[in-house]
Design a protein around this ligand. Structure first.
Ligand code: NAP
Ligand code: MG
Length: 403
């Protein structure tokens, strides 16, 4: 008998190769076991253009309503895509739109398998990386400054009266560059809540770091807000044997590299941009990196960290066989199903999700995988076998049937 659901999942379909995988994942790995209930939104570029991108907003609002969504990778159009799809407009990134509506933080976590070794051999457990995706240099103003000019930081009150004018630099002898950036208490507090909440979900300790010895006011404020927000979580952390450490960013890098993993690393915007690529690369393939957007009020949107794998899609269109890794997209589905099961009190849904995750990992560990993993795999006595996109899904299904 299939597992029944109560509340629908918000299903956000997407583009190119991942759209092809999406349909097959549902048909081969989910629908035979779960009486799947979803509210479907087609975020494929064709439909976003047709609906003037309203469908993206509607899907985000549905996530606010139901609490759990699963999203396929989507194209963020550029000029070339605009021509290719004859778009009315250069629509904004769907992920950006959804993030603005949910006000969430993105957490990325690698999926680990025996035989796929990290480039940092000590990392035995996942490092979950959280990036504060608001403000700092990403919404800064910067200008070139001529020799002989001065740059000030000027504050005005609501009526426009100058409160304070501070000299940034006197460019008397040489021109140069200057930049003004900001962040807001609300956004920092939301970020802190999302991090502590998600850490509790995964039972992981938290490291947060800035450079407050140098940036005393700016980074000092981040440190202070995190400390205040943590007070609300401290008891739950202690009860679960978890800890929160605030330190300097250089010390954090050293601690993370020396660690065995198994922690949540909260990063300011720029640090998160740089470190998420470093962590993802160190763990191997983009096809093994999952991602979840968590809002401060506890709404969840699960997806793969990679894009629509365009190069493979064009092969597929030419009728050639592809070997595209579907694991991160499968984990987006299992993450969403398990969260739905947890909220609605359906333990069978949670255990199915864990069983499907385990089937993916075991299939790879037994040597059956997509092409991207072959050069990374080494396990004594096992010669890895390269499967097609669909071949891998069938191998996982076979494992599910056996297990
Ligand atoms: P990508 O789709 O992640 O692919 C980059 C390359 O990484 C691929 O060509 C492939 O390498 C490898 N790769 C990524 N995922 C893989 C998988 N599951 N299995 C096997 N190999 C995988 O990034 P992109 O080419 O920069 O972007 C393509 C489109 O995706 C763009 O239109 C972009 O806007 C969109 N995008 C969407 C999201 C999202 O929705 N969250 C995120 C990023 C990008 P080889 O070609 O060497 O095999
Ligand atoms: Mg980056």
């Amino acid at each position: 008998m299939k597992i029944a659901m109560k509340t629908p999942l918000v299903e956000m379909d997407g583009d190119e190769m991942t759209r092809i995988l999406w349909k097959e994942i549902k048909e081969i790995l989910i629908e035979p076991y779960v009486d799947l209930k979803t509210e479907y939104y087609d975020l494929g570029l064709v439909n976003r253009d047709k609906t003037d991108d309203e469908v993206t907003k509607e899907s985000a609002l549905a996530t606010k309503k139901y609490g759990v969504a699963v999203k396929c990778a989507t194209i963020t159009p550029n000029l070339q895509r605009m021509k290719e799809y004859k778009l009315k407009k250069l629509w904004k990134s769907p992920n950006g739109t959804i993030r603005r509506i949910l006000d969430g933080t993105v957490f990325r976590a690698p999926i680990l398998c025996e035989g796929i070794r990290s480039y940092v051999p000590g990392w035995k457990q996942p490092i979950v990386l959280a990036r504060h995706a608001y403000g700092d240099v990403y919404s800064a103003v910067d200008e070139e400054i001529g020799a002989g000019e001065k740059v000030y930081l000027v504050r005005e009150d609501a009526a426009g009266k100058v409160i304070k004018k501070t000299l940034v630099h006197d460019f008397a002898s040489s021109g140069g560059v200057a930049q003004g950036m900001h962040n807001s208490d609300d956004s920092i507090a939301s970020f802190a809540h999302s991090c502590f909440r998600y850490a509790l979900d995964c039972k992981l300790p938290v490291i947060f770091a800035t450079k407050d010895t140098i940036s005393k006011q700016y980074d000092g404020r981040f440190k202070q807000i995190f400390a205040e927000v943590y007070k609300q979580y401290e008891k739950a952390f202690e009860e679960n044997g978890m800890w929160y450490l605030y330190t300097l960013i250089d010390d954090a890098v050293a601690r993370v590299v020396r660690s065995e993993g198994g922690l949540l690393w909260a990063c300011k915007n720029y640090d998160g941009d740089v470190m998420s690529d470093m962590v993802a690369t160190a763990y191997g393939s983009l096809g093994m990196m999952s991602s979840v957007l968590v809002s401060p009020d506890g709404k969840y949107e699960y997806e793969a960290a990679h894009g629509t794998v365009t190069r493979h899609y064009y092969k597929h269109l030419k009728g050639e066989e592809t070997s595209t890794n579907s694991v991160a997209t499968i984990f987006a589905w299992t993450g969403a199903l398990a969260k739905r099961g947890e909220i609605d009190g359906i333990p069978a849904l949670c255990s199915f999700a864990r069983r499907l995750e385990n089937a993916c990992v075991k299939t790879i560990e037994e040597g059956k995988m997509t092409g991207d993993l072959i050069p990374l795999f080494s396990r004594e006595g096992i010669v890895p076998e390269k499967l097609s996109s669909t071949g891998f899904l069938r191998a996982v299904a076979a494992w599910l049937e056996r297990g």
